[in-house]
Design a protein around this ligand. Sequence first.
Ligand code: NAP
Length: 463
Amino acid sequence: MVSSFIVKNPATGESIQEVPRHTEEEINQALDKGHTGFKKWSKINAHERSRLLKKWSLLIQENKEEIAKVMTMENGKPLSESNGEVNYATSYIDWYAEEALRLYGRTIPAASEAKRIVVSKQPIGLVAAITPWNFPAAMMTRKAAPALAAGCSFIVKPAEETPLTTIRLVELAHEAGIPEDAIQCVNGRGSVVGRLFTESPHVRKITFTGSTPVGKSLIKDSAETIKHVTMELGGHAPLIVAEDADIDFAVAQTLLTKFRNAGQTCVCANRILVHENIVDTFSEKFAEATKQLKVGNGLDEATDVGPIINEKGYNKIVAQVNDAISKGAEVLVGNKYDADKEKGFFFVYPTVLKNVDGSMDIMQEETFGPVAPITSFKTLEEAVEIANNTPYGLAAYFFTNDYRTGTYLHDNLDFGIIGWNDGAPSAAHAPFGGMKESGLGREGGIEGIEPYLETKYLSIGNL
Ligand code: NAP
């Protein structure tokens, strides 16, 4: 019997489309196809691969309106954010279309005149990707673009909440002329597809964006055949506002990083640490700005904050807020909900909590929702200690106009991405990724193509 799943609009609970799951046999066939595809795609010269990637990017841009609408319908994010994500997604294709031309090797002076040493790069093989629902376009192109640019073939499994955007992007890649066996999409349950990907001897690399527990199990399963792995996992970002910071600027940037995608981003500020001398002013201004945000269906142009993706995510947010309140947190705004379990939609109104402390779950766990917990600190040393006191190390933010404070915070925060007076540091040309349990490897920038390449060393003797 063919199994399928229904993609639903999280703003209304209404069905959008039924998507068949690929059977295990079909997924294994796709892996075989990807393996043969690699042999052909890797032989296409870098200039041609670059040209095809550029064409793919152009086609996505030509279909931007349609893709953004599909994304908003399946993910719930406001249409303006979906449009922004399509641009962000193509920026990775554009960047790696250029990097395809710069896969340099090198020569090394040999210790003997009778020898030459040459180092070259070659594509790693078939790459299997598993992506999450929160950025259905950008998380896919951030992996597909460097893989294809390097000469790898690519197969992706999107999250079952949001497969439609990915399916469309893969169709457009084929329309652009990238062969059907060079890039493929398969649909199925994560646990099943993950097993088939990790078991397959054809797959040489697993690249995953999602939760830390799933990332850990993929690393374990990849060990069996010694696959390369890139892991973009969970976060628990601190945002520090120093005593000298421009408070209005910090408020505006915190609003941006906290409530984008209804707080469902891995780099969202999750713990707001404000110097004790300005915490009241900051909290008041931030709560006032938060009150102005409009919650609703992402298709409505006035909407700033869309729905939570599903009931599980909603329950986690509500539990964290209740836990914080029961332990003494003060609600400055929010703690208001509009949810219908029968219909299947879950809205959380942007919430600001003050007097939060380390005993509360929200200070220990990723929230993935529009809740901003504020705590205060006396010294920078204390701020750094609180900030680093987590197994995560993805993104951190701080606001200060004092170069000594900024340098101290930069040097001492154990996070892979740091925004100094910047609430939106992500960019295709910069390395994105986490330390500690937030992941392994980097995506974006010149670092982002290296994991798709093998280094081959040739020693020529008897010259
Ligand atoms: P998730 O449960 O890990 O799901 C992500 C993907 O993994 C989905 O495609 C899912 O498929 C698949 N999956 C689930 N169980 C699996 C298994 N046992 N084996 C293989 N694949 C499996 O993550 P989520 O909770 O939906 O997504 C949010 C998480 O992603 C957060 O922790 C967030 O911080 C992280 N994230 C990180 C980054 C980053 O760059 N570091 C960016 C965005 C999000 P199904 O459709 O079957 O569930």
